[in-house]
Design a protein around this ligand. Structure first.
Ligand SMILES: [Zn+2]
Length: 322
């Protein structure tokens, strides 16, 4: 199988009540960990590249790593997606350069400007057999170069979604219902604490999601910023010399519920970063004499694989759906 677009994936996910995981890739170990898990579990998967990843690893290296993963995992559909494209030129460069899907994120612009830029990308993408994700509403948090201050986020207004989708022709829509980018999704003031003293974030706005679904029947919805920041990995980081107090994410059971509804793509990045970092820190602490990068990148790659397998089975529900 060669790289695919998300069209077929999303149709099956919508009808089947599950979501496809979109995981950010930056290097070989991450690509391998994700696709080995998806391959073994017979799950479709989206590998996504941010502007920052492209700046870090270089477009060609990333595309070739993903192409290698496609060859190694011929039984599962894999899409290559641009995460948070912010200009027409960036989207065009990825469309011309082998991506099967791009996101144009003009959500910080006015409604009319968002429509105009999204439409321009959709026209070019569709002419080249590539699909487009757009965004309405603004998520809080930090993701690579996308920074939205707490308090500046805005839930998607359901009354705008039909007009936006019909005027732009986009293929999927990212909406803001309370997810957030990064490992510090909420301030302590926005949360409550459970009996163990762990922060509990405000629940996702399922009412906003339901309203969007009603207005866009059959249309794939995307959730960004959907890491759960598992406390076992925060603990591991902190135990081995890290300092990440009060990191908090979206509870997995809420994401599982969203996946059974119209949410067809769930973006997960921070959890992979955390699992890698925790395991590398642990490795260094336990093996102070080791210096071969393969020695610590091997458990890091395994941690990526275990994390993705967990998400596929218990959050996305996409195992066996390839
Ligand atoms: Zn995002």
């Amino acid at each position: 199988m060669s790289l695919v677009t998300t069209t077929e994936m999303f149709k099956k996910a919508y009808d089947g009540g599950y979501a496809v995981g979109a995981f950010n890739v930056n290097n070989m170990e991450i690509v391998q960990g994700i696709t080995e898990a998806a391959g073994e579990l017979k799950s479709p998967v989206i590998l996504q590249v941010s502007k920052g990843a492209r700046a870090y690893a270089n477009h060609t290296y990333l595309v070739k790593l993903v192409e290698a993963a496609v060859i190694e995992n011929p039984e599962i559909p894999i899409a290559l997606h641009l995460d948070h494209g912010d200009t027409f030129e960036l989207c065009k460069s990825c469309i011309d350069g082998g991506f099967t899907s791009v996101m144009i994120d003009a959500s910080s612009k006015s409604f009319e400007d968002n429509i105009a830029l999204t439409k321009q990308v959709v026209e070019y993408a569709h002419d080249h057999g590539v699909v487009v994700e757009a965004e309405l509403g603004t998520l809080a948090g930090i993701e690579d170069e996308v920074v939205v201050e707490s308090g500046k986020e805005a839930y998607t207004r359901p009354e705008e979604v039909e007009e936006f989708v019909s005027r732009t022709g986009c293929d999927s829509l990212a909406i803001a219902i309370g997810t957030s980018h990064g490992a510090y999704k909420f301030t302590a003031a926005q949360c409550t604490r459970n009996e163990e003293g762990i922060l509990v974030p405000p629940p996702l706005r399922f009412d906003v999601l339901e309203e969007c679904i009603k207005r866009l029947p059959g249309f794939p919805i995307v959730l960004h910023g959907s890491s759960s920041v598992p406390q076992e990995f925060v603990k591991m980081v902190n135990e081995y010399g890290g300092n990440m107090p009060d990191a908090v994410g979206i509870p997995e059971e809420q994401l599982r519920k969203a996946a059974t509804l119209a949410v067809c793509k769930i973006n997960i990045d921070s959890d992979i970063r955390l699992a890698m970092t925790g395991n590398i820190r642990k490795y260094f602490a336990e093996h102070p004499d080791h210096f071969d990068p393969r020695q610590y990148l091997k458990p890091a790659r395994q941690a990526v694989k275990d994390m993705v397998a967990h998400k596929i089975k218990y959050v996305l529900g996409s195992d066996g759906k390839a």
